[in-house]
Design a protein around this ligand. Sequence first.
Ligand SMILES: Cc1cc2nc3c(=O)[nH]c(=O)nc-3n(C[C@H](O)[C@H](O)[C@H](O)COP(=O)(O)OP(=O)(O)OC[C@H]3O[C@@H](n4cnc5c(N)ncnc54)[C@H](O)[C@@H]3O)c2cc1C
Length: 238
Amino acid sequence: MATPIYTIRCTKNERIANAVYDITFTKPDGFTFAPGQFLMFDVPLVSNPSDIQPRAYSIASHPSEPELRLVVRLKPGGRASEWVEKMLTAGMDVVVKGPMGLFHLHADASKDILFVCTGAGIAPFRPMMRQAIELWPDRRIDLLHGVSVHEDLFWQEEMGAIVAAHPHAHVHYALSRPTEEWSGLRGRVQEVLPTIITDIAHRNIYVCGNPDMTKELKALCLQQWGVPKEDFHMEGYV
Ligand SMILES: Cc1cc2nc3c(=O)[nH]c(=O)nc-3n(C[C@H](O)[C@H](O)[C@H](O)COP(=O)(O)OP(=O)(O)OC[C@H]3O[C@@H](n4cnc5c(N)ncnc54)[C@H](O)[C@@H]3O)c2cc1C
């Protein structure tokens, strides 16, 4: 069956951190998706809007929320990055295809959950974290979010609110280039992970973010830390 195409309307486009934008859109009637899936956007070239190319963005809202939400981290000189920064405003209609993708929670797993992400890679984990808590209130769930500097961090309050009522859910933040004032975790997520999670081999693991990180973490998990292949799931933001 062909993937459905929708026209959705931007209702907010707000810069929330260093080069990071939180964007909401109307949700078409009857639109359903699984937490972890993404939408393919028709993205015009700012200097020539009739030139359109597709770009993928994870859905950062939970299916129960009334709007569709994205978080986009700009890439210097990128087509969609320029569109988000200079053109996309509330009231603008956008064409999307979806939902797409096979990155989602694996319901048969009986293990504790580990989410690892960098930058905007936290997008699918906002709804997946909520879903995991709803499905398995007794399992331990950890999310490690890595960024470069303090100014890159976002959604700390939101993620804090999601885990607040759940004694087994935890969010950790790591900076790879922290200043002296930063009292939290230091280093890339690949380095930090084994220092905070002692049972990596027994977790159901979901990784999302830049492709170098996802590949490196996959190699570490499967080849060094003893994670079974079927317990490792990743989405690289190529
Ligand atoms: C399944 C999936 C989900 C995703 N979800 C998200 C998400 O939720 N949030 C998010 O922020 N991103 C997400 N991404 C990444 C996103 O799709 C885009 O790749 C990203 O936003 C960059 O797009 P862009 O058009 O701005 O950059 P592009 O135009 O694709 O360019 C990327 C970089 O390459 C450089 N470049 C382009 N052309 C050339 C060239 N010819 N020579 C040299 N350099 C060049 C650009 O300057 C830029 O720095 C996702 C990707 C996938 C696959």
